[in-house]
Design a protein around this ligand. Structure first.
Ligand SMILES: [Zn+2]
Length: 71
């Protein structure tokens, strides 16, 4: 599972817009170029809402794919 400590740290203390519960690091799945990646992102413990920062959607996953292709 990919972890992004800088993203977790940035969203520390945020609450869910839907139910007001604090966001906790949690497992989420992102799909990129037909592949599914397990990642750790800020997630609402109650409703499961996950924050996917734009930089992750556009940039970090490119890095992930490049790492996979190198293997
Ligand atoms: Zn929620």
């Amino acid at each position: 599972m990919q972890r992004f400590p800088e993203i977790i740290a940035r969203y520390e203390g945020w609450t869910c817009q839907q139910c007001g519960k604090p966001l906790m690091p949690g497992k989420a799945q992102l799909t990129y170029m037909g592949s599914v990646f397990d990642v750790e992102l800020p997630k609402c413990a109650k409703c499961g809402m996950v924050i996917v920062p734009e930089e992750l959607a556009l940039g970090k996953m490119l890095e992930v794919e490049q790492v996979l292709e190198d293997k």
